[in-house]
Design a protein around this ligand. Structure first.
Ligand code: DAH
Length: 339
């Protein structure tokens, strides 16, 4: 702070004050670390009520010839201080900018956090591929419930109570008449009840059987049911449709039809494809038994048709070279990520 201005001042006193002011100002400005601090210093040093003004005020008390000496000195000091202030302000601003740039720098080489996108399970994409091919042949996709009644799962499919065919499929019963469907064939009945022929549908879904788990058996697996009912359909249509489908799905694997038995088809066949030197059964099929159509009130003299039940796991395993069905159900990411 300037010394209190006494009633009388000497040239020497004022010159000393200016010198001290110069020295202090230099130090303070050099030590200032922000624009706000510098502004505060400027007001204190050069403002109307600042230190320099105080000296200039006291100058009036000097003899007239001494005043210019102090005045000149004060002007030089004022310019000097202004110079120091703006120099320091530039430095402080530059440092602040450099700090901000450093803090906001983006490291474009930093590895991004990678969230793997999910994808379809191989069984689902196999089902989609199967239903797509049949879609191209004019078939619609249908669905039915997994909890089924005894009636739809067996009786309506020409498998009456105590029929030995019920033993072909070990069933999970939920109550006396409710069960987990053992095949997708009940969707045939449900669809035909509501939709008069002509009918062409595929019905994919889960099915359940009391099978012990091994490399080729699982208590839950998937089927795609195929059903076509129209006037004039015979076994050649069945054979042509199945062969066309298998060629589209597998390419040129050898295919064979074997005579078989299912209560709801007559005649019936099983279809094998040759894979890794072995015949592998991939579906059951046949001409829909007239008794099934009669049960639905459809005239078997007018309408006929064929049906098939495809084992989705088999198609998936052959397509991807998977040798153990259990891999499809264990949700091991190391396995699933391959597809
Ligand atoms: N439902 C039979 C099963 O699961 C498979 C089957 C055979 C379905 C012949 C059909 C068929 O539609 O015509 O063993």
């Amino acid at each position: 702070m300037p010394e209190p201005v006494s009633a009388t001042v000497s040239l020497q006193q004022l010159t000393d004050q200016l010198e001290q002011l110069e020295a202090r100002a230099g130090q303070q400005i050099a030590a200032a670390a922000s624009a706000a601090e510098l502004e505060e210093l400027r007001v204190g040093l050069l403002g109307k009520k600042g230190q320099l003004s105080a000296v200039l005020g006291a100058m009036g008390k000097l003899p007239g010839d001494e005043r210019p000496l102090v005045g000149q000195r004060a002007n030089v000091l004022k310019e000097q201080v202004q110079g120091l202030l703006s120099e320091r302000l530039a430095a402080v601003k530059g440092a602040a900018m450099a700090e901000r740039i450093a803090a906001e720098t983006l490291d474009v080489t930093m590895p991004a956090t990678f969230t793997p996108a999910g994808h379809r399970h191989p069984l689902i994409s196999t089902i989609e591929e199967i239903t797509d091919i049949f879609g191209g042949l004019g078939y619609r996709v249908e669905e039915g419930p997994e909890i089924e009644s005894d009636h739809y799962n067996f009786t309506a499919l020409n498998i009456p109570p105590h029929h030995p065919a019920r033993d072909m499929q070990d069933t999970f019963y939920l109550s006396e008449h409710e069960l987990l469907r053992t095949h997708t064939s009940p969707v045939q009945i449900r669809h035909l009840e509501k939709n008069p022929p002509p009918v062409r549908i595929v019905a994919p879904g889960r099915v359940y059987r009391r099978d012990a788990v091994d490399a080729t058996h699982s208590p839950v697996f998937h089927q795609v049911e195929v059903l076509a009912i129209d006037e004039g359909l015979d076994f050649s249509h069945l054979r042509g449709t199945v062969t066309t489908f298998l060629q589209q799905f597998f390419g040129d694997l050898p295919v064979r039809f074997r005579a078989s038995y299912f209560p709801f088809t007559e005649p019936s066949a099983e279809v094998d494809v040759q894979w890794r030197g072995r015949w592998l059964e991939v579906m059951g099929c046949g001409m829909v038994d007239p008794a099934v159509l009669e049960g639905l009130g459809i005239d078997p003299e007018r309408y006929s048709g064929f049906a098939a039940g495809l084992g989705v796991e088999r198609f998936c395993m052959v397509r991807h070279g998977i040798d153990d069905i259990r891999r499809l159900f264990t949700s091991d990411l190391r396995f699933l990520e391959q597809f």
